[in-house]
Design a protein around this ligand. Structure first.
Ligand code: HPA
Length: 254
């Protein structure tokens, strides 16, 4: 498709449990071709009131793509190509920190990347200029602040800050892995926060994460010996999806 000349206010990358953006009107679907292959699905562009937003389901609209197989480069490139300049990554996470239990929403401010064998940069074509990026602050401060303000306006008490530990998945972690991550300083654990955030920075996109706590991470919470319930994860994410759309709605009217 050709680059749209109508302004896109915001792009949202939906994670597990968020495969469509509720309330979008005048929808167009764009199958974007990228130099890095196919994005996870069509980019859906639609309106909320007078504002246009783009939505992309990170794992595909039928959740067929596991986190280690997501084509993060194609996804981020496609959103940039259609004209998005601000991107919210919605991430399902497990909670490690004592105040980050199920159904909490957090806007993390740091990342530790434990993933492996993912394509992590646009700078890997032989003979082309290598671009290094500053990633000391992996999320865009202004967009984080806007998200927190929007959550407040929507009556949702999102937590400001926290370190997101990105794991390879698709399996959940062992208790020992989470204990190590806690010692490292991680507060949340998820599988899809990286390399998405770094790729967004490489393209100079503003980027922040809305992290939805679906469960206590392995060995955390009041019943550390209990196995993690997958149905409970999906139920919590289902509830959180409605809150995400309220936060994004408030963000658009800031
Ligand atoms: N670990 C990693 N990713 C997750 C988790 C978890 O416990 N819950 C939801 N996404």
């Amino acid at each position: 498709m050709s680059r749209s000349n109508r302004h896109i206010e915001l792009a949202v990358i939906g994670g597990t449990g968020l495969y469509q953006f509720p309330g979008l009107e005048n929808i167009e679907r764009h199958a974007v071709d990228t130099p890095y292959g196919h994005p996870s699905d069509a980019v859906v562009v639609g309106q909320i009131g007078a504002r246009r937003i783009a939505f992309l389901a990170r794992h595909g609209e039928s959740h067929t793509i596991p986190p280690h197989r997501v084509n993060y480069r194609a996804n981020v490139w496609a959103l940039h190509h259609i004209g998005a300049r601000r991107v919210i990554g919605v991430n399902a996470v497990g909670g490690i920190r004592h105040d980050m239990g199920p159904r909490v929403i957090a806007v993390p401010d740091q990342i530790i990347d434990y993933t492996s064998e993912r394509l992590t940069s646009f700078s890997d074509v032989a003979g082309t200029h290598v671009r290094h990026i500053d990633f000391s602050e992996p999320y865009t401060a202004r967009l984080r602040t806007d998200l927190l303000t929007a959550a407040g306006k929507a009556g949702i008490a999102a937590i400001d800050g926290g370190c997101y530990g990105a794991t390879q998945g698709p399996r959940l972690e062992t208790r020992a892995e989470i204990a190590r991550m806690r010692r490292d300083g991680c507060d949340l654990v998820g599988m899809s926060g990286m390399p998405e955030a770094a790729l967004a920075r490489e393209l100079d996109l503003e980027y922040a994460s809305l992290s939805l706590v679906a469960n206590w991470a392995a060995g955390c919470g009041p019943a550390p010996d209990t196995a993690i319930s997958l149905p409970e994860i999906y139920a919590n994410l289902h509830t959180a999806a409605a809150e995400v759309s309220r936060i994004i709605g408030a963000l658009l009217s800031l």
